[in-house]
Design a protein around this ligand. Structure first.
Ligand code: SF4
Length: 414
């Protein structure tokens, strides 16, 4: 195998966007060469071409050529009374093209994970909030608390790249402490503990987070376990709290849990330094909210209407619109999603997505597009919104980008 087939890529498949992934590409098949990212290998190699990949367009069950698919989609668009665009993950240019399309067809534009974005944003808007970046956490924190249960599965390299990396600019890494607070499974705890650092796993019901944080900030007598954690927290000079909002889905009141973490961080700042570092979802959530904010001033859930547009987080909730059939055509865009996408069979569905996309029901039209970072170049935003990364192209299978396809679909006579 030739060594010039090896190259580094920036990974588009979760919001950490690691840029140290070495792949080997042969006959358009890529294989991870880096040894330090075992937990992400299958996640990335999932996007290889397989026997089941759809490289051609499909109309329900029938393969059709690309131009026929574009023409059929245009017809559906011109006949539709109301179109809703649902973003399941694409790059900056993809989001721009959604907004261009929406402006000319009076659509709602929403990201499928908007409800998680608004959980964090609600606290910023209502109560005040202090946040930090991945880089600051890596270089300055001395105690990191991870709340939840799936954060390490959804961002597999968070520990290696950010929390307990091999090198850090300012902190003595040997003394950095990691506290896992919540319902982490044995495998996640084992992965975390393979690092030779001080790691405590404090297993609790996620609903109890507010009560436990209140106790930790009090002078009340605590159990031995909690007393140990209080000592670590009280001694910290720069504490960082991190979570993935979807981990609190099953809590009785997810907003209250997140709000309690934010309140805890604010109170820590009276005597030391502390900050929140929420991790965005893995469907290019940060890329969507950043791009939509530049262009419309709102991070998601926007409805275009003639020459203007408005934002309303309830009225423009795409899941509600589709569930209530207040739209007759949904256009789904999905270029980095591993999971099965739920479509509603009571309305028409156009799906513009990567070649290994899966659905609960067949869309009326499926148009394959490339993955940003594999089939075409692109830009995405890291979870902390302070870094945008350039994605490269490593495969030549002549798939168009989301932007190319959305621009073709925009050319409909209204
Ligand atoms: S942690 Fe995320 S960005 Fe990094 S290699 Fe794994 S999937 Fe890709």
């Amino acid at each position: 195998m030739k060594s010039d087939n090896k190259r580094y890529i920036t990974c588009p498949f979760c919001s950490l966007h690691c840029d140290d992934i070495q792949v080997e590409v042969n006959n358009n098949k890529f294989k991870i060469v880096s040894e330090n990212i075992k937990d992400c290998t299958s996640k990335i190699e999932y996007f290889n071409i397989k026997k089941t990949s759809n490289l051609t367009a499909i109309s329900k069950y029938k393969k059709i050529n690309f131009n026929t698919a574009i023409n059929a989609a245009r017809k559906m668009i011109s006949r539709s009374e109301d179109i809703t665009l649902v973003n399941h993950g694409t790059d900056v240019n993809g989001v721009r093209s959604l907004l261009n399309f929406a402006a000319s067809h009076n659509c709602v534009v929403d990201h499928v994970n908007s409800k998680y974005l608004y959980r964090n944003l609600g606290i910023i808007q209502r109560k005040g909030y202090m946040a930090t970046s991945l880089t600051e956490t890596r270089n300055r924190s001395d105690v990191v608390i991870l709340f939840g249960n799936n954060i390490l599965k959804k961002s597999p390299r968070l520990i290696d790249k950010v929390i307990l990396p091999k090198h850090s600019l300012c902190t003595n890494l040997k003394s950095r402490k990691l506290l896992l607070v919540g319902d982490f499974d044995a495998q996640s705890v084992k992965i975390a503990k393979k690092n030779k650092h001080h790691i405590e796993n404090f297993k609790i019901d996620l609903n109890d987070i507010p009560e436990i944080l209140t106790k930790l900030m009090s002078d009340d007598k605590l159990s031995k376990n909690l007393e140990g954690i209080r000592k670590i927290i009280k001694k910290s000079k720069y504490l960082v709290a991190s979570w993935i909002t979807s981990d609190f889905d099953k809590c009785n009141d997810p907003d209250y849990v997140i709000s309690s973490i934010s309140d805890f961080i604010l109170s820590m700042n009276q005597t030391s330094r502390a900050a929140c570092m929420p991790i965005a979802g893995s469907l290019a959530d940060a890329t969507s909210s950043q791009t939509m904010s530049w262009i419309t001033g709102f991070p998601s859930r926007v409805k275009f209407n003639g020459k203007s547009f408005f934002h309303d987080r309830s009225i423009c909730d795409s899941q509600e619109i589709i569930r209530n059939r207040n739209t007759d055509l949904a256009i789904h865009i999905s270029t980095v999603n591993h999971n099965k996408v739920e479509l509603n069979d009571k309305i028409k569905n156009i799906f513009i997505g990567h070649i290994n996309s899966t659905f609960n029901i067949k869309p009326d039209i499926f148009i394959p597009v490339g993955n940003p970072g594999i089939d075409h170049r692109g830009i995405m935003f890291r979870t902390d919104n302070v870094v945008s990364v350039l994605l490269d192209k490593i495969r030549e299978i002549e798939l168009l980008s989301t932007q190319d396809v959305m621009n073709m679909l925009s050319e409909v006579d209204n």
